[in-house]
Design a protein around this ligand. Sequence first.
Ligand SMILES: [Zn+2]
Length: 203
Amino acid sequence: MKKITLGKLPENNLVILGEQISRNHCSIEEIETGIFLIKDTSTHGTFVNHRQIKQTTFSKTDTLSLGNVNIDTELIFQILEKTEIPIGIKYDELKQQFAISQQFLKLKEVYDNFLKEKRKISRKGIFLKAILRGGLGMIPIVGSGIAELTGGVLNVNEKLNELNEKFKKEYICPCCFRFLGFEPFENLEKQKTCFYCKKKWIL
Ligand SMILES: [Zn+2]
């Protein structure tokens, strides 16, 4: 069964710094599959859902504070899901990494939306150009209709430019904020690391 210890000493699985953190502050142990027990061994107290506890069950929806330090429960369970739980994980670094990963994963949606919008606009452009050329079995348009269609094509180009500019502002590294190019998200995901600042997006 899985177990993690939390506290100030580097011998803990999760090392948390703070004035109110004890050297060995508390432990969380799986007592039955999916059921976790948290035990307090601290001076300043362990709080589950803002109530001081000595020993109680602990789940993903509970909040946790050690002394006056709030701990992200999602991170705790992320560690507990590992097959082997390492010793000496620094909580502050983990939290920072977690925030970076969350932001990085949002880029998938940014990329997907970009492609979707681009296709939509391009399709309209192709359609307008085809009408202008008399394609699609349509009679070529003459007179003021041409001006309108040409305007439509120009409008399409403008929209594509706008879309590109918006994408360049949003498809950026969560660490150094540089534009990541028109690289598909799945390539970035495989790469895991920023090619500019070398920071890790995902572990
Ligand atoms: Zn970067």
